[in-house]
Design a protein around this ligand. Structure first.
Ligand code: SAM
Length: 373
């Protein structure tokens, strides 16, 4: 059974329904029924190692680079609760993915801590040896939930914090959440024994002037800050190339303040290029998704809150696993569908971004809040 569909999080388009896409997209997965024994490899030989699971399309922030209020305002229709995969359904998909080679499950959204009883989901996720369950959060609700998340088996959290300057941070989140709430969440996470990293999207003219202060704040704390190039995810964030602060530019600026030395990757496909402070006070990472694409090593699949499986952050098309789950598919059939999507995968959007002949006429991308960041 092949249940492919395109979906967009935009009021001007049908928000979340799966419908047949008429144009085969560059890099869109081509399900086929290949062998499903052992780890799955895609058409470029890339293994399936990570599954990002969006547990909700809702967020309490309205960051302009992700969920601008002008689009995701009061009238925006989010998914109704019945459309969301249940925890049991998410756990089934996760188990199938683990049997195909996945070693890291990351819960995301939207804002994952808005999903009620999230620790109950974490308890149900597979925990094979060498596996890790992580969470990406804006941190605003972390103080309240950190202990229960850790007790349920969560290993680490990545907290998105774009500026340590309260005025800049509040302007960016557009939700009146102050830096001190996020810092309290980070403290609670560490006290609960969770590993913590910080993600910051750096945008020219928005928060680039505060990048050094952000890094300085966490330097020596044992928490690594990862600076991310502003990406053209979705269709609503007004991305232009001129707003991207390149990894090289970030590195040059940072190195002038804190001399840095490159650190070898821990494993193939490590997303952040790591650098250690020459004075021994820790390290930082830079994620150069735009200027130095890492599609060649990408091992990530994404499961949307309503059960669409995507093989690229920039996908225009997904595969409807919810239909399969609710249609009574057995475990072998579920595994076979996921393997088929992965084995047909050719995605390399970031490598092709600058090639109009490849990307021209490409249907609209799925929004990041929906596909899962
Ligand atoms: N709400 C959670 C959070 O804030 O971390 C999880 C979802 S959010 C979509 C996941 C990550 O995607 C965040 O670190 C966010 O900064 C990043 N992100 C969103 N839009 C982005 C963009 N246009 N470019 C780069 N990173 C982006």
């Amino acid at each position: 059974m092949s249940a492919k569909g395109s979906d967009q999080a935009s009021r001007s388009a049908v928000p979340h329904t799966a419908s047949a896409a008429s144009v085969p997209a560059a890099g869109a997965p081509q399900p086929h029924t290949g062998a499903t024994e052992g780890p799955a490899l895609d058409r470029r030989g890339r293994p399936l190692r990570d599954l990002r699971i969006s547990v909700t399309d809702r967020c309490n922030f309205r960051c302009s680079y992700c969920m601008p209020r002008s689009v995701f305002g009061p009238g925006f229709e989010f998914l109704p609760p019945a459309a969301l995969l249940s925890f049991e359904e998410i756990a089934r998909v996760s188990r199938a993915c683990v049997s195909l080679g996945v070693r890291k499950l990351r819960l995301t959204g939207g804002e994952p801590l808005l999903r009620r009883d999230l620790p109950r989901l974490i308890e149900q996720l597979p925990r094979d040896p060498g596996m890790e369950v992580a969470l990406t959060t804006n941190g605003s609700l972390l103080e309240r939930h950190a202990r229960a998340l850790a007790a349920a088996g969560l290993a680490r959290v990545t907290v998105s914090l774009d500026s340590i300057d309260d005025a800049v941070f509040q302007r960016m989140n557009d939700a009146d959440v102050s830096v001190k709430h996020v810092l309290a969440g980070i403290d609670a996470a560490r006290a609960a024994g969770l590993g913590v990293k910080i993600n910051a999207v750096i945008q020219r003219g928005v928060n680039d002037a505060g990048m050094v202060d952000l890094v300085r704040h966490f330097k020596g704390s044992g928490i690594s800050v990862r600076l991310i190039e502003f990406m053209d995810v979705g269709n609503t964030n007004g991305w232009i190339a001129g707003d991207v602060v390149s990894a090289q530019e970030m590195l040059t600026t940072l190195d002038a303040h804190f001399p840095l030395e490159p650190v070898a990757p821990r494993y193939p496909g490590e997303v952040a290029k790591r650098h250690r402070f020459a004075d021994g006070s820790g390290e930082l990472g830079i994620i150069a998704s735009v200027t130095q694409p890492f599609c060649g090593d990408c091992s990530r699949a994404r499961l949307s809150a309503q059960g669409m499986l995507y093989s690229c952050l920039f996908a225009v098309q997904g595969h409807d696993l919810r239909a399969a789950l609710r249609g009574g598919v057995d475990d072998a059939g579920l595994r076979q569908q996921i393997a088929g999507v992965w084995q047909g995968r050719r995605d390399a959007y970031s490598e092709q971004r600058g090639q109009p002949l490849v990307t021209l006429g490409r249907p609209r991308k799925i929004e990041m809040s929906y596909i899962g960041g």
